[in-house]
Design a protein around this ligand. Structure first.
Ligand code: UDP
Length: 504
């Protein structure tokens, strides 16, 4: 049954447009479900292949009385470059990644055509991924507002503009010299090698980012998977820097994925045999002592070079802690390891020390298991917020996208993480040249997992932030209040629009 508040919100129609990439799609689908939980009439636009990833949750929400549906976008198979079923870059072979960009243009056009074909009463607001910049113009033509979504942290979006306007990073002598980001709420030091390539020198991607940032500035505001105690200072900074509104509505995954099925299936089209695999995994995990296992995962898209996998394997074996490691299959030529990983898996299985997941892990269920004591993470923002929600300290190992900025937040500002000392930013589909050595990885793991004073204090801070995360989504909490205000604001904008369009 919908609450009275939810019933009153029912007339507001919001369309959500996630990007065809799991890490962008999952938190925006969570947000769409959040709006519908609060009574907003919600439509998610996706291609059939992408819709399959989240449709079961939408069907469950619908069966609970929520007004939520998916609009399946026609994927013009005769025009697109990728084989059908490869629309998300998680599963797309590396040699096909350039095609994702070509297909993106086609899909963006389909989205715009769909939006522009809608009638006045069919949509009141568009919440679309940062990458679909064309939706800003479509919203203007429809006389409605576009709100921009990015799965990134607020701090990293603030940094995006900072590097457009400042030159401190170009003035240091080398890529490894530190410079300071001035004017931020905290004093942050970085090196040039940790910056995304488009911030270091002009690139084609930099020109694209400029287009996306300009379209953010032309949007009504931005929604983030964050919360006030986590990034409040940067919310204010964002509003000033972009000159738009901004609402933190997180952590979204714990807010909407309260059902075990939602948690187990999030981000993955499960096939039947995998149910058994998950059964084995949780049998193993449940046999372990509280806080005794470290969870190692580098997100939904990353692949690591074979030499890096070998260093991680040695570090995990040498550390005295049990572990779960989510390993992506390395299908490239560089992936030849002469049976190393197979041997390693066999050994750690026999000794009952480790559990390898080859592919997709039910991360939300793993993180909340009592046996997990900490996480080794690439600092992807969704994983960061999911771990913060549970109160896990982290070993931080940023690789690409906004991850080096997120590491600054986790290690330097919040002091809930220990860095492995990664120095080199690379693209998500590249291995990069840096190989973090086994002793560095092992040292960081020991520091977060063992009982030293530093680890103890880190755990207390992580626990306190977890309490804040949980309060943020309750009535009276900051994210709950932001969502309520945003819905009210959109309802009043709708009324204004309809009144203005009324014939005299
Ligand atoms: N995830 C998962 N299973 C996996 C890998 C990732 O459920 O095996 C989820 C994880 O819970 C998170 C998202 O995928 O919600 C990854 O997003 P993040 O921003 O952390 O990293 P990215 O994928 O963007 O690198």
């Amino acid at each position: 049954m919908l609450s009275h508040e939810a019933q009153a919100n029912n007339n507001l129609k919001v369309i959500f447009i996630p990007l065809s990439s799991k890490s962008h799609m999952m938190p925006l689908v969570d947000m769409a479900r959040l709006f519908s939980m609060h009574g907003v009439d919600t439509t998610i636009v996706a291609t059939a292949d992408n819709a399959e990833i989240f449709q079961k949750s939408i069907d469950r929400d619908f069966s609970h009385g929520q007004s939520i549906k998916t609009h399946v976008l026609e994927f013009p198979t005769e025009q697109v470059k990728l084989p059908v079923g490869n629309e998300t870059n998680t599963d797309t072979p590396r040699n096909l990644t350039p095609k994702i960009h070509e297909d993106f243009v086609i899909v963006q056009k389909q989205i715009e055509n769909y939006l522009l074909g809608l009638g006045e009463l069919e949509v009141d607001c568009i919440v679309s991924d940062l990458c679909y910049h064309g939706t800003a113009e479509a919203a203007t033509k429809l006389g409605i507002r576009r709100i921009v979504f990015t799965p990134a942290s607020v701090i990293s979006r603030c940094a995006e503009l900072w590097f457009e306007q400042h030159t401190a990073h170009t003035e240091v002598e080398s890529d490894s010299n530190k410079f300071t980001i001035v004017g931020f709420p905290h004093k942050l030091e970085m090196t040039r090698s940790q910056l995304p390539c488009w911030m270091r020198k002009p690139t084609m991607f930099g020109r694209i980012m400029k287009v996306l940032n300009d379209s953010s500035r032309r949007s009504y505001g931005a929604v983030f998977n964050s919360f006030h105690s986590l990034e409040g200072a940067y919310e204010e900074h964002y509003k000033n820097a972009f000159g738009t509104k901004c609402w933190s509505l997180g952590p979204v995954s714990s807010w909407v994925n309260q059902d075990v099925s939602d948690k187990a299936e999030r981000g993955h089209k499960k096939v039947e045999e995998e149910e058994d695999e998950d059964g084995d995994l949780f049998k193993w995990l449940n046999s372990k002592k509280e806080n005794s296992v470290i969870y190692v995962c580098f997100g939904s898209v990353n692949k690591l070079s074979t030499s890096q996998l070998i260093e991680i394997a040695h570090a995990l074996e040498a550390s005295s802690h049990d572990f779960i490691w989510v390993v992506r299959k390395n299908n490239d030529k560089e992936g030849e390891d002469e049976g190393f990983m197979e041997e390693f898996e066999k050994r750690v299985k026999e000794s009952n020390k480790g559990y390898l997941i080859w592919g997709w892990a039910p991360q939300l269920l793993i993180l909340e298991n009592k046996a997990i004591g900490a996480i080794v993470t690439h600092c992807g923002w969704s994983t960061a917020t999911e771990s913060i929600n549970i109160g896990l300290p982290m070993v931080t190992w940023p690789l690409f996208a906004d991850q080096f900025f997120n590491e600054k937040m986790l290690v330097d500002v919040l002091k809930i993480g220990v860095s492995v000392g990664a120095k080199e930013w690379r693209n998500y589909d590249e291995f990069g040249s840096e190989v973090v050595k086994r002793n560095e990885i092992e040292k960081a793991i020991r520091l977060v997992m063992e009982n030293g004073k530093e680890a103890e204090e880190m755990r207390l801070r992580a626990k306190s932030l977890s309490d804040d995360a949980k309060k943020a989504i309750l009535v009276g909490g900051s994210s709950h209040a932001n969502l309520t205000l945003l819905i009210e604001e959109l309802k009043s904008l709708k009324l204004q629009r309809l009144n203005a369009n009324k014939p005299n």
